[in-house]
Design a protein around this ligand. Structure first.
Ligand SMILES: [Zn+2]
Ligand SMILES: [Zn+2]
Length: 254
């Protein structure tokens, strides 16, 4: 198969012919149909990631992917050849302390394509733990859309919905409108659309020095997108409940 490979940190990335990966007993071989390029790929290539250092070079990068199942391991029950699937960045184990606490993204024995094993800048990629981690893509969702879900969108969803617990009347400011920031804008906008008419008082404020990024944020659901210099505090409603004395509530509100 053809794959992009680097053999030294920060060195040339070349397209080479490599052996097609062997299918894990608990996993699949996926034919890659779409893959994203993430800042984490850059960090890995620069030698900043201990998992890649531990794995050793060469490495095939790429961890934001979607594709078709080309081969199925004997232990896999939920997938068959031809299935369209999306893949999370973290392939969790299901048996460690963090997985038991429903926190699979910090699994203690996680596998990551492009970091602990060869990734998706290739025609085929081998993925273990398939029953637990891979998700079927619904009709109407393209491979390109699905490839963005496993890293940037899950990170943004965790921040906005699970950790931030944004209520219908709270505003949110997103600093930096790259892939991750634009995903946060989309998650906030999707959540806003679910509110009954008149309830969605929320502002989605997108901040970026790049005019193109600000335009994209508006296109994807941002309601306010001021050019720099930004006066963020003037764009948010008064804080509620009243600020704790000595604690600058209005600054934490954004
Ligand atoms: Zn990523
Ligand atoms: Zn685990």
């Amino acid at each position: 198969m053809r794959a992009a490979v680097y053999r030294t940190f920060g060195g040339a990335i070349t397209v080479e012919t490599l052996p097609r990966p062997v299918c894990p007993a608990d996993g699949v071989v996926l034919e890659v149909k779409a893959t994203g390029v993430c800042r984490s790929d850059w960090h890995g290539w620069k030698g900043h990631d201990s998992d890649i250092v531990q794995h050793g070079l060469p490495m095939v990068p790429g961890h934001e992917l979607a594709g078709c199942v080309a081969e199925v391991g004997e232990g896999v029950r939920s997938l068959k050849v031809g299935d369209r699937v999306a893949v999370p960045f973290i392939l969790s184990c299901g048996g460690c302390r963090e997985c038991a606490r429903a926190r699979p993204t910090i699994c203690e024995r996680q596998e990551q394509p492009g970091f602990t094993r060869f990734g998706s800048f290739a025609q085929f990629v081998a993925l273990p733990r398939a029953d637990r981690n891979l998700c079927l893509i619904p009709d109407g969702v393209s491979f390109v859309e699905a490839a963005a879900l496993g890293c940037r969108t899950t990170t943004a969803y965790r921040a906005i919905v699970q950790r931030g617990r944004l209520t219908p009347r709270e505003s949110v400011a997103v600093f930096g409108c790259g892939g991750l920031g634009l995903s946060a804008v989309m998650v906030a906008a999707a959540q806003r659309e679910e509110e009954p008419e008149g309830e969605a008082a929320r502002r989605i404020i997108a901040i970026d020095v790049n005019p193109g990024a600000r335009l994209k944020a508006l296109e994807l659901g941002a309601t306010v997108c001021p050019p720099p210099p930004h006066d963020i505090f003037s764009l948010t409603p008064p804080p509620s409940p009243p600020p704790v004395p000595g604690y600058p509530r209005q600054r934490t509100h954004v």
